[in-house]
Design a protein around this ligand. Structure first.
Ligand code: DGL
Length: 247
């Protein structure tokens, strides 16, 4: 299978990393809309318009599947992308909800959902989890983590202050949904803040679980072809990809 992975910027590379670890695909075409990131502070119509443009971009390639790595786009624009695409489109929010449900036996589990302002305002995770019978939910927009990760700050004073700023009044969750592509890069400090006692749901791992449930993968691809595209400064995206994906 040849697939497209879409994100608002570089964060979706964390999803690519999970896909590569599981060697599921022969070719991965990544598109990051680096000229217009962040999406997490934009309104619904803008996010949908950008997402449809990404579908058009992927039409230049003969791909079998589009994976929306961006939580914000998955929360708002999946239906519109599906209407415009000529291949299936799957998103990380649905996968994250299923991974959470599969990880928790107790419906009273206290679940902390983290994401951008747009993702949290959409209530996509909350609505999905409530439908599955989970009601003990806390959703928190933690958008400052996005520029912190973009600045490659993965530890230290600034990150610690931001963790306290967002989390100081929260009780310890049973599960934390990292509902933003960037957050897996600081999952260690987030887990440490809550004394490593919470189950952590990561979009990349969740999408792999989701794919393996729905498709039959008969072959492993140890050396898939990777192509990276960005709407601005593709060299910077490629440099981050080399680092994060150890290429
Ligand atoms: N990719 C976005 C997400 O997962 C985070 C960055 C942004 O705000 O565009 O929600």
């Amino acid at each position: 299978m040849k697939i497209g992975v879409f994100d608002s910027g570089i964060g979706g590379l964390t999803v690519v990393k999970s896909l590569l670890n599981h060697q599921l695909f022969e070719e991965i075409i990544y598109f990051g809309d680096t000229a217009r990131v962040p999406y997490g502070i934009k309104d619904k119509n803008t996010i949908i318009r950008y997402a449809i443009e990404a579908v058009e971009f992927f039409k230049n390639f003969d791909i079998d599947l589009i994976i929306v790595a961006c939580n914000t786009v998955s929360a708002y624009a999946l239906e519109e992308m599906r209407e415009n695409a000529s291949c299936p489109v799957i998103g990380v929010v649905e996968a994250g909800i299923l991974a959470t449900v599969n990880s928790l036996d107790d419906k009273n589990s206290n679940i902390l959902i983290l994401g951008t302002k747009a993702t949290i305002n959409s209530r996509a995770y909350e609505d999905g989890l409530e439908k599955k019978g989970f009601n003990n939910l806390e959703a928190k927009a933690t958008g400052l983590f996005v520029p912190i990760v973009e600045e490659e700050i993965y530890e230290g004073e600034i990150l610690n202050a931001t963790l306290s700023h967002y989390f100081c009044e929260l009780k310890k969750p049973d599960a934390i949904i990292l509902g933003c592509t960037h957050f897996p890069l600081i999952s260690g400090p987030i887990e440490d803040y809550f004394c490593k006692e919470s189950i952590v749901i990561h979009s990349g791992d969740a999408i792999v679980e989701y794919l393996e449930d729905r498709f039959e993968f008969t072959k492993k691809y140890e050396n898939p072809t990777l192509k990276f595209f960005a709407s601005e400064n593709p060299d910077a995206l490629k440099a981050v990809a080399s680092k994060w994906l150890s290429l």
